[in-house]
Structure formats: structure tokens, C-alpha cells
Ligand binder design. Sequence first.
Ligand SMILES: NC(=O)c1ccc[n+]([C@@H]2O[C@H](COP(=O)([O-])OP(=O)(O)OC[C@H]3O[C@@H](n4cnc5c(N)ncnc54)[C@H](O)[C@@H]3O)[C@@H](O)[C@H]2O)c1
Length: 260
Amino acid sequence: MSGKLEGRVAVVTGGGGGIGAQICRTFAQQGAAVAVVDIQQEAAGQVAEAIRRSAGRAMAVACDVTDRDDVEQAADQVEQELGPLAIWVNNAGVSYILPFLECTEQIWDQTLEVNLKGAFLGCQAAIRRMAPRQDGVIINMSSQSGRVGNSHYAAYCASKFGIIGLTQSLAVEFAAQGIRVNAICPGVVPTPMWDTQIEDYARKRDLKAEEVMSYFESNIPMGRIGKAEDIAQAALFLASDEANYITGQALNVSGGAVMY
Ligand SMILES: NC(=O)c1ccc[n+]([C@@H]2O[C@H](COP(=O)([O-])OP(=O)(O)OC[C@H]3O[C@@H](n4cnc5c(N)ncnc54)[C@H](O)[C@@H]3O)[C@@H](O)[C@H]2O)c1
């Protein structure tokens, strides 16, 4: 049985952990050759190695998505080793939860650099290579925080709202060149990102850290928090030919938590 992404070459930034690693595994299971791109070289190597052990095609690339040269070199390396780029997922991200007046310039800049500039550089690298072939798919990872603002989350929300503006603009600009550009807006998914910020979220809501996930659950119509697989399945759909007529969209994958 052939997979939905058979023979395609996909880049997934932030592929070394959390949601990105699951997207890498899902894409590889569906026949894609996957480049696991991450600033954490060892983590990327482990994800790629596990995919190869289960008979998939994968390579690891060390890359800081905020560095144009790194991103361009990664794209060149992927095309040399795996073939023409067909899918690029801008998933790498960072998140800090803290009162707005405690948000330093450094935290603001880092959040915007990784989450938004990283996607900008990734889109340029991808489109530069896809446009001459009149074919390609880009998926940008936004968030439910790209749909609705939230206290203690100004920098993150600004970056994720920005992702949707970037996505829509590129969808319009490159539709005629056969490139589809969409975003995904996940709800809460427990990943290493949450390990680092759960205490800060608990402080914001005056909860204990162990109460945070059940607090989220009680506010989600479907009654459960998300799984990385939920997001990876949405990415698979948007990357596949099943989504051939879909561009410029931001798909909520949050159990009904956000409906606009
Ligand atoms: N987990 C959630 O609840 C959630 C919800 C909505 C959106 N998101 C978004 O989904 C994406 C993945 O989140 P996650 O929860 O898997 O996070 P994570 O922290 O578990 O994984 C993020 C990955 O990005 C990599 N990364 C960070 N900075 C980088 C850089 N400069 N260059 C290259 N790689 C870099 C990290 O090394 C890590 O492997 C992010 O964009 C995040 O904002 C997550």
C-alpha cells in the first residue's frame, strides 16, 4: 500500500521533539523522506535514527531557524541528499508565560525571532526552491494563541497571530505558482515545551502545577487535552493531495476550544 506522501521530501523544523517529532514519524510512515531539522542536533539525530530503524527515510540536520545561512544550507543539504523539496513545515517554536511588565526585550525578541522570523526564513528557503517547479506545500505552526489573545502571553500571541498573517499573504502571492500555504492552530498538547512552562502557567491561574492539565481539560468541549498525533494527522492532511484545494487557512486542532 502506498502512503499519502510517497516519494515526497519534507522538512520539519523543530523536528527533534514534541509535536515536530511526531510530524516527522507520521510523514515517514506515509512514505515521505523526512529531514528532521532542529537546533538540538542530538535530539534530531535520535528522531531520524528511529525512523530509519522502522524502514523509513530520514536525515537529521542541525540548524538554528533564526539564522538565514543555517536555513539555506539546511535546504541545500536536504535537496542534495533526499531530492527536491516538496513539503516544508515551520514548526520550531519557543514559549514563555510571564506578566507583560516582566517580559524583557530579550524574551520578546527571542520569541519573535524563533517563532516568526524562523518561519519567514523557512518560507523563503522553501518557496525559492519550490516556485521554479510550480509545486510545494508549506505548513506553519500557529496556535490557539494565534486566534485569541491571552494574559501573560503577549509575545507568544503576537508571534502566532503573525504566523497567520504570513500564511495568508504567502497563500495569495504563490497560489498561481502551485504552492499551498496553510497554518495549524493546536490547543494544549503536553510536550517538552509544557515541562518548562507549567509552573509559570500555574502561577498565572493560582493553581498547583499538577492541576494545570485538568484545568485545561475542563475548558475543552471534547474533554481532553491534545496529543501530538492529533496535530500530526492535521499536518498530514494539509500536506497531502487530499487538501489540494485548500490554501491560506488556519486549521484549529483543539477539541473545540476555539471555533474562529
Ligand atoms: N505544545 C503545545 O501545547 C502547543 C500548542 C500550540 C502551538 N504549539 C506550537 O507547536 C510547535 C511545536 O511545539 P512543541 O510543544 O512540540 O515544543 P517543543 O519545545 O517540545 O519542541 C520545539 C522544538 O523546536 C526546537 N527549536 C527551538 N528553537 C529552535 C531554533 N532556533 N532552531 C531550530 N529548532 C528550534 C527545539 O529544540 C524543540 O525540539 C511550536 O511552534 C509551538 O509554539 C505548541
